[in-house]
Design a protein around this ligand. Structure first.
Ligand code: CTP
Length: 357
């Protein structure tokens, strides 16, 4: 039995980038042998195991053949005769299809090193199209490696285009799409993720609300330049969309609530937040109420960070001060015995408005 380090860890080490996860391939072994050594099987469809100590993933060398629609439609074949080269051949990109022995020797049958040097994201074989998720993966790698000058090879882009046109993208689950999108949002150039999806025509199927929105890439680029966190980047992406469009997008992607809420608030309140001078006291209070600033101050702070990232000239401090001033209203003094709940609410609003005039 032989084990090799494979995939992203080899790629990132050769690029001098931090390695987060190590994946290994085991050649010449059976599942029983790994189980005897204390490995735990995790893959139901694939022969994948976790190392008893490191927790790293070890997969038995395998070949895959498309046998139906969607990512479960694969025939997986794994036995001790499957070679390392065969396993590497089923992979998406040449830069992800290199392996390293225990002694640090590189095994590179498909030109991964040459493509690293040429800063090229290129498919290993025509079997690339067997997995539609690869359209998103390549877009994510383009975003992740953009700062080093990587681009997508034109033949690979053509395969991505034919995958997009085939309708296969519709078989991807919301979770898998969101996973790639969320990871792309954390790279140094998430706008490249969109650019690549647009270049191969995948944006229309995957993110139709954004593909129709002018400026989405610029907005994302701006938020990223301000070094904003992923939720803020996503909200920036939704700048200029109607509320229903943001909700439809988040529904389609099953975006977690913390992304959805901020994006909806930003899309609906961006203009008011930019121009408090154009609002009267009632309008200002309405912004604080609609954004639920009193009950959700952390999210309101994120909203102001979005404002700062997208419109550095805007007066985010105006809103910080406005909220602080409203919080000074002494509710206990208003909610005295005998005053109805409705009356308390009205007096509270009146007092807050005095401070926002
Ligand atoms: N892989 C693939 N096709 C996929 C998913 C994965 O060919 N749809 C292969 C690639 O060789 C990849 C490896 O499996 O390098 C490990 O996958 P994963 O951990 O998802 O990606 P990494 O390349 O390790 O990237 P990252 O470092 O961003 O996790």
């Amino acid at each position: 039995m032989k084990t090799y380090l494979v995939g992203g860890a080899v790629r990132d080490r050769l690029l001098d980038l931090p390695v987060h996860e190590r994946d290994w391939v085991v050649v010449g072994a059976t599942p029983e042998e790994l189980l005897e050594q204390g490995f735990r099987q995790v893959g139901r469809d694939f022969p994948v195991f976790l190392h008893p100590e490191s927790g790293d993933e070890y997969a038995l060398a395998r070949t895959e053949r498309k046998a139906g629609r969607g990512h479960t439609g694969f025939e997986v074949h794994s036995d001790p005769s499957v070679t390392l080269e065969q396993d590497l051949m089923r992979r998406d990109l040449t830069v992800n299809a290199m392996a390293e022995t225990d002694h640090g020797e590189l095994i590179d049958p498909y030109g991964g090193q040459a493509d690293l040097a040429a800063r090229r994201l290129r498919h290993v074989s025509p079997a690339f199209v067997e997995d539609p998720l690869r359209v998103l993966r390549v877009a994510r790698f383009a975003a992740y490696l953009h700062h080093l000058g990587f681009t997508v090879d034109s033949d690979t882009l053509a395969l991505m285009r034919s995958l997009s046109e085939s309708g296969e993208l519709a078989t991807l689950s919301a979770e898998r799409i969101w996973n790639e999108m969320a990871r792309a949002l954390q790279t140094g150039n998430p706008e490249e993720f969109l650019a690549v999806l647009e270049a191969c025509g995948a944006d229309k199927a995957l993110l139709p609300e954004l593909s129709a929105a002018p400026g989405a890439r610029d907005h994302l680029g701006r938020a990223t330049a301000a070094n904003a966190e992923p939720e803020i980047r996503f909200a920036a992406l939704c700048s200029g969309l109607e509320r229903d469009q943001v909700e439809a997008l988040c529904e389609r992607l099953h975006a977690p609530n913390r992304f959805r809420e901020l994006a909806v608030q930003w899309a609906t309140q961006e203009q008011s937040l930019r121009g408090p001078a154009q609002l009267d006291a009632a309008g200002r209070l309405q912004v604080l109420e609609k954004t639920d600033a009193f009950r959700r101050p952390e999210r309101f702070a994120q909203l102001l960070d979005t404002l700062g990232a997208m419109h550095p000239e805007a007066d985010a401090d105006f809103w910080r001060n406005a909220l602080a001033a409203c919080k000074e209203v002494d509710i206990a003094a208003i909610a005295v015995a005998g005053v109805s709940g409705r009356e308390v609410g009205m007096r509270l609003r009146a007092e807050r408005m005095k401070r926002l005039g």
